[in-house]
Design a protein around this ligand. Structure first.
Ligand SMILES: Cc1cc2nc3c(=O)[nH]c(=O)nc-3n(C[C@H](O)[C@H](O)[C@H](O)COP(=O)(O)OP(=O)(O)OC[C@H]3O[C@@H](n4cnc5c(N)ncnc54)[C@H](O)[C@@H]3O)c2cc1C
Length: 647
C-alpha cells in the first residue's frame, strides 16, 4: 500500500517548526532570480504567498479569475482573524489556540501543523498592523479582541465586519509593491484549467484567457495553488459566485490526493433561503454571536403562529423563549462551534419550532445586548452587518430579532498536503482553503484567515525554498514541450465536447439540481442509505450535464456560460468525491454527521479506533471509484476525548 509521508519533523511539538527553519535548505539571491514560481490565486493565501516569494527574490507569475486581485473571495470575510496574543490576559496561549483548534476540529487534524499555525498566529497580526490594516482598537488605542465559537477567550482581531477586505488590501499592497519592482507579474481574468507534469513534477499550467477565450501555456519550476474552497458544489452557499474547485480537481486528476472531502462546514448564522430563484446565501458573521442570543419559542403553538405570520416575536414572553444553545451548552452558550450550533438549529426546526414561513429559521436576538450596552455600542460593533441584514430581509434588526439558518460556508477538506504544504505531486503546493491542512472535521470561526495568511506569509516562503534548493541547475522549461501539448489538448477536447452538446438545459439549472442532491443526501444529516441514493443521483446528473447542457456563444471569445460549465463539470466530480468520503466514514465528527452515529443526546459519535485518519482519495479514472489511502493521525500531545461544550 502507498505510504503517506506527512514529513513531520522530529523533536518536541513546540520545537518542530523552529528546527525545520533552522535546518531547511536555502537558495542564494543569485539563484533565486533564475527560479520561477507560478501562484494561482490572489486571495489572502495567494496574494500573501506571491508577495512573499517576490520579496524573497523569486520570479513570480500570479493568476486570478477576477479583474483585480482585490476581488478574490477573501474580501467577503467578515468577522475576524484569530491570534494567540493574549492581549486580554484572559488565559490565552499558543498551546490553548492549538488545543482549541484540534478539539474544534473533532480530533481529525494533524497536531504538528496546527501547533505551527498557533505559533505563527501572532506574527500575522504584527505583519498586518505594519501594513496598515486598520484593526479595531479599544479606547486606549490597543488592538481590540472579541470571541468566536468554540473558545472561552477573546482572541479574534477584527476590522468591523470587513476584516477580510482590510486584510486583503494589506496583502494587495504588499503584492503591488512586488509588481512594481518587477518580481511579480499579474495575470488577471485568467482561469487555470490544467497542470503540466514533467518527469513527475509540476512544471506549468494551462490557462484560459477569459477575455479572448484562448488557451495559453505558462511554465515554472514550481506551481502553488491557492484557489479557495469547493463550497459552491452545493449551488447555494455563502461563497462568492466565482469560487470553484476546478484547479483542485485538475490537480487531483493528475495524481494529487484529495483529503477529507466530506468535511464541509455548514455555518449556523446565514440568512435563510427565501425562494427558488436565489443563487447566493448571505452570511451573518459569527461575531454576532458575541452579543446576539439564539432562540426559538418553547411552545409549538407560538412557532406555528410565527410561521403563519400572526405573531410578532417581540410579543413572546421571556419565559416562553427557548435559548436552546445556552440551555444545552451552558459553558459555551451561543458561542459553541459551528457544527454544534448548526445541528442544534436543525434539531429545533425538524421538531417544528422554526420561526419563519418555511419553518427553517431560528432567531438571533439583540434586544438584551441593546438594553445592556445601548444601541450605539451595538451599532459600532456590528453596524454594517445590521445594515446588510436590513437591506436583504427588510426587517430592522435593532427592533426585531434577525432570522438565521445554517448554510454551506467553508470546506475543511482539500488537496492533501504534507507539513511543507506540498501535495502528493512533487513541486505542487496548495495553500489556504484549497488544502485540507489544519481544521480537521470542523473549522473554528476566524481561523481560515489565520491559516491562509500563515500559509502565505510564514510557512510556504520557507518550505518552497527548501524544495527549490535542488532545482537551481534546472533550466527554464519551454512551453513547446510535448507535456504542454498533451495538457492543452485535454482542455481543448473538454471545451470542444461541452460546446458540441448544445442541449436544452442551462448550466445553472443543472448546477441547481446538483445542489439539491448535495443538500438533501450529502448535507447536514447523512445516512448510508441517503448517500448511496445520492451517489446514484449524482451519476445521473453527470450524465444529464454531458448530454443536455446548452452553452451559447463561442469558445473563442469571452463566454461566461462556458466558464460556468467548465466549473460545474468539476463540481459534479467534487460532489461524487464528497459522497464517497462521507459514505466511507462510518462515524460522526465535526461537520460530518452520519445520523446512524450519534449519542442519545444527538451529539456526534466518533469512532477513533477505526477512523482516526485523514482520508486521502487517489483518482483512478473517470467513472471509477477513487482509491482510499489513509494517513493515520497520531495524537501525542493532546488527549483525544469526546468534545464537551457543556461544562
Ligand atoms: C461570507 C464569508 C465570510 C467569511 N468570514 C471569515 C472570517 O471572518 N474569518 C475567517 O477566518 N474566515 C472567514 N471566511 C472564510 C475565508 O474568507 C476563506 O476561507 C478565505 O478567505 C479563503 O482564502 P483563499 O486565499 O484560500 O481563497 P480565495 O479568497 O477564495 O481566493 C481564491 C483565489 O483563487 C483564484 N482562483 C480560483 N480558481 C482559479 C482558477 N482555476 N484559475 C485561476 N485563479 C483561480 C481566485 O480568482 C482567487 O484569486 C468567510 C467566508 C465567507 C464566505
Amino acid at each position: 500500500m502507498t505510504k503517506i509521508d506527512s514529513k513531520i519533523p522530529e523533536g518536541p511539538l513546540a520545537e518542530k517548526w523552529s528546527n525545520y527553519k533552522a535546518h531547511q535548505k536555502l537558495v542564494n539571491p543569485t539563484n533565486k532570480r533564475r527560479l520561477d514560481i507560478i501562484v494561482v490565486g490572489t486571495g489572502l493565501a495567494g496574494a500573501s504567498a506571491a508577495a512573499s516569494f517576490g520579496e524573497m527574490g523569486f520570479n513570480v507569475l500570479d493568476f486570478c479569475i477576477q479583474d483585480s486581485p482585490r476581488r478574490a473571495h477573501s474580501i467577503a470575510a467578515q468577522g475576524g482573524i484569530n491570534a494567540a496574543k493574549n492581549y486580554q490576559n484572559d488565559g490565552d496561549s499558543v498551546y490553548r489556540l492549538f488545543y482549541d483548534t484540534i478539539k474544534g476540529g473533532d480530533y481529525r487534524a494533524r497536531e504538528a501543523n496546527v501547533y505551527r499555525l498557533a505559533e505563527v498566529s501572532g506574527n500575522i497580526i504584527d505583519q498586518c498592523v505594519a501594513q496598515g490594516v486598520p484593526f479595531a482598537r479599544d479606547y486606549g488605542g490597543t488592538l481590540a479582541n472579541r470571541s468566536f465559537g468554540g473558545v472561552q477567550v477573546s482572541r479574534t482581531f477584527y476590522a468591523k465586519g470587513q476584516t477580510g477586505q482590510q486584510l486583503l488590501l494589506g496583502a494587495y499592497s504588499a503584492l503591488s509593491r512586488q509588481v512594481h519592482k518587477g518580481s511579480v507579474k499579474l495575470f488577471t481574468r485568467y482561469e487555470m484549467e490544467n497542470i503540466v507534469i514533467i518527469d513527475g513534477r509540476a512544471r506549468g499550467i494551462i490557462v484560459r484567457n477569459l477575455i479572448t477565450g484562448k488557451l495559453e501555456r505558462y511554465s515554472a519550476h514550481t506551481v502553488v495553488l491557492a484557489t479557495g474552497g469547493y463550497g459552491n458544489t452545493y449551488f447555494l452557499s455563502t461563497n462568492a459566485m466565482s469560487c470553484n474547485c476546478s484547479a483542485a480537481i485538475a490537480a487531483y486528476k493528475k495524481g494529487a490526493y484529495f483529503a477529507d472531502p466530506a468535511f464541509v462546514q455548514i455555518h449556523p448564522t446565514c440568512i435563510p433561503v427565501h425562494g427558488d430563484k436565489q443563487s447566493k446565501l448571505t452570511l451573518m458573521s459569527e461575531s454576532l454571536r458575541n452579543d446576539g442570543r439564539i432562540w426559538v419559542p418553547k411552545k409549538l403553538e407560538d412557532a406555528k403562529a410565527l410561521q403563519a405570520g400572526t405573531l410578532n416575536p417581540n410579543d413572546i414572553k421571556e419565559e416562553d423563549r427557548d435559548y436552546y444553545l445556552e440551555r444545552r451548552y451552558p459553558a459555551f452558550g451561543n458561542l459553541v462551534p459551528r457544527d454544534v450550533a448548526s445541528r442544534a438549529a436543525k434539531e429545533r426546526c425538524d421538531k417544528g419550532f422554526g420561526v419563519n414561513s418555511t419553518g427553517l429559521a431560528v432567531f438571533l436576538d439583540f434586544s438584551e445586548a441593546i438594553s445592556r450596552l445601548g444601541e450605539d455600542v451595538v451599532r459600532q460593533r456590528y453596524g454594517n452587518l445590521f445594515q446588510m441584514y436590513e437591506e436583504i430581509a427588510n426587517v430592522d434588526p435593532y427592533k426585531n430579532p434577525m432570522m438565521i439558518y445554517p448554510a454551506i460556508h467553508y470546506t475543511m477538506g482539500g488537496l492533501w498536503v504534507d507539513y511543507e504544504l506540498q501535495t502528493s505531486i512533487k513541486g505542487l503546493f496548495a495553500l489556504g482553503e484549497c488544502n485540507f491542512s489544519d481544521h480537521g472535521a470542523n473549522r473554528l470561526g476566524a481561523s481560515a484567515l489565520m491559516q491562509g495568511l500563515s500559509d502565505g506569509y510564514f510557512v510556504a516562503p520557507y518550505t518552497i525554498q527548501n524544495y527549490l534548493s535542488d532545482q537551481i541547475t534546472v533550466p527554464r522549461f519551454s512551453t513547446d514541450l510535448p507535456e504542454f501539448d498533451v495538457a492543452e489538448k485535454e482542455v481543448q477536447d473538454k471545451i470542444d465536447k461541452l460546446m458540441s452538446i448544445q442541449g436544452d438545459e442551462s448550466t445553472d439549472s443543472i448546477h441547481k439540481k446538483l445542489g439539491h442532491i448535495m443538500w438533501e443526501y450529502v448535507g447536514m444529516g447523512r445516512t448510508k442509505e441517503g448517500l448511496e441514493t445520492g451517489l446514484k443521483k449524482l451519476a445521473e446528473v453527470k450524465k444529464e450535464f454531458w448530454t443536455h447542457v446548452r452553452i451559447p456563444g463561442s469558445k473563442d471569445d469571452q463566454n461566461t456560460e462556458l466558464e460556468k460549465a467548465l466549473r460545474v463539470a468539476d463540481f459534479i466530480e467534487m460532489g461524487q468525491l464528497i459522497a464517497y468520503d462521507a459514505l466511507n466514514r462510518n462515524e460522526s465528527c465535526g461537520g460530518h454527521f452520519r445520523e446512524e452515529y450519534q449519542t442519545e443526546e444527538g451529539e456526534a459519535k466518533r469512532d477513533d479506533e477505526n477512523y482516526s485518519y485523514v482520508a486521502c482519495w487517489n483518482y483512478q479514472g473517470d467513472d471509477k471509484e477513487p482509491e482510499l489511502l489513509k494517513e493515520e493521525l497520531d495524537y501525542k500531545y493532546i488527549k483525544v476525548q469526546t468534545r464537551n461544550y457543556k461544562s
